[in-house]
Design a protein around this ligand. Structure first.
Ligand SMILES: NC(=O)CC(=O)C(=O)O
Length: 296
C-alpha cells in the first residue's frame, strides 16, 4: 500500500525539464541549472531531468563525459550543481541521469537529492538498452556500460518514489515491485528514439501507471535532429487511472503540473485491484527482500 499523506502534503507541483543536450558539457550544466531555477520559481517542489543530460547519448561519449559521483565536488560538477540547487531552492531533484565512473566501470546513473541537498538515492540503470531492430534502430549500451543491480525506491518530501531509467520502463515487474513497496510516483528519465518513441513511449507509461495505480513521470531530452541519437521528446505525467495529465511535443519545454496523491486511494477504491489480485495463482517475488530475509 502507498504510505498515506496528510491532505496538505498530498498536492505539489512537479516539473519535467525537457532540455536540449549538446556536446558542450559546461553549457549543459548551466542550461540545466537555469531550467531547475525556472521550475522552482514557478512553484515546482519536485524537478525531473532527462536521461543523459550532460552528454550526448552515445557509447563514444559515455566514457568522456562520465563523472565520479561518489568522489563528488570537482569530480562530479553535474551532481554538485544538483545538490547545491536542491538545498538552496529547497526542492527535491530527480536528477535525470549522467554517465557515472566507478572504478573501472561506467554506469547510467540517476541521483536523487533531498531538500537539504543530500544525495538520497543513486539508481544505476538496471536494464541496459541493447536492441536491434534491423534497418531502424540498433544500440548496445553494454558496449560501454555495466548494468546496475538494484531497484531504487526513495522516501522524499514529495512522497515515495520508484526510479527507473528509460529502458527500465519496459519491464513491468520493476514497476509492480515499486507499487508493492508503496511507491506513489515512478520517475523515469528517458530518451526513447524515433522508432520506439511513437510505438511505446506513451503506451508504456500509461500501462505502468494503470497497472500500479500510481503516478508516472517521464522526462526526455528535447529533440535535436542533428544529433547522432535523435530523442523522441514528449515528456509526460500520467495519473493513477492511466490518464495523461500533462505532456509536451519534442521541443524544449518545462512541463509543470500538480500531482494530487489523494487520487491514488480514490482510484484504488474505484478499481480495487489490490484486493482482487489472485495471490493464490501468481505472485510477485521481491528477490531483494527474500534474500535479506534468508541471510538473517
Ligand atoms: N535510452 C534508452 O534506454 C532508450 C529506450 O529504452 C528506447 O526504447 O528507445
Amino acid at each position: 500500500m502507498a504510505a498515506s499523506f496528510k491532505s496538505d502534503e498530498a498536492r505539489f507541483k512537479i516539473a519535467l525539464c525537457q532540455m536540449l543536450v549538446t556536446s558542450d558539457k559546461e553549457r549543459n550544466i548551466v542550461h540545466a541549472r537555469k531550467a531547475i531555477e525556472e521550475a522552482a520559481n514557478k512553484g515546482a517542489q519536485l524537478v525531473l531531468l532527462p536521461e543523459i543530460w550532460n552528454s550526448p547519448y552515445s557509447n563514444d561519449s559515455f566514457p568522456v563525459y562520465a563523472e565520479d559521483i561518489d568522489a563528488g565536488g570537482d569530480a562530479s560538477p553535474s551532481t554538485a550543481m544538483l545538490s547545491e540547487l536542491s538545498r538552496n531552492l529547497q526542492i527535491t531533484i530527480v536528477g535525470g541521469s549522467i554517465p557515472e565512473r566507478s572504478g573501472d566501470k561506467l554506469y547510467n546513473t540517476c541521483c536523487v537529492f533531498g531538500t537539504d541537498g543530500k544525495l538520497k538515492a543513486k539508481h544505476r540503470k538496471i536494464h541496459l538498452f541493447d536492441i536491434d531492430i534491423p534497418g531502424q534502430m540498433t544500440f548496445k549500451e553494454s558496449l560501454t556500460l555495466t548494468a546496475g543491480d538494484s531497484p531504487t525506491i526513495v522516501d522524499t518530501d514529495v512522497g515515495r518514489i520508484g526510479i527507473g531509467i528509460c529502458y527500465d520502463i519496459q519491464f513491468q515487474e520493476l514497476a509492480m515491485l515499486y507499487a508493492a513497496r508503496g511507491a506513489h510516483l515512478l520517475c523515469y528519465p528517458g530518451a526513447f528514439n524515433m522508432v520506439t518513441g511513437p510505438l511505446h513511449w506513451e503506451l508504456i507509461q500509461r500501462a505502468r501507471a494503470a497497472d500500479g495505480q500510481l503516478f508516472v513521470a517521464t522526462c526526455s531530452p528535447a529533440r535535436d535532429t542533428n544529433a547522432g541519437y535523435v530523442a523522441w521528446g514528449h515528456s509526460t505525467l500520467v495519473g493513477p487511472f492511466g490518464e495523461v495529465i500533462a505532456t509536451t511535443e519534442h521541443d524544449e519545454a518545462i512541463v509543470i503540473e500538480e500531482i494530487d496523491y489523494s487520487l491514488i486511494d480514490q482510484r484504488r477504491t474505484f478499481l480495487p485491484f489490490q484486493k482482487q489480485r489472485r495471490g493464490d495463482l501468481y505472485q510477485l517475488v521481491d528477490v531483494q527482500r527474500r534474500n535479506t530475509e534468508l541471510t538473517k
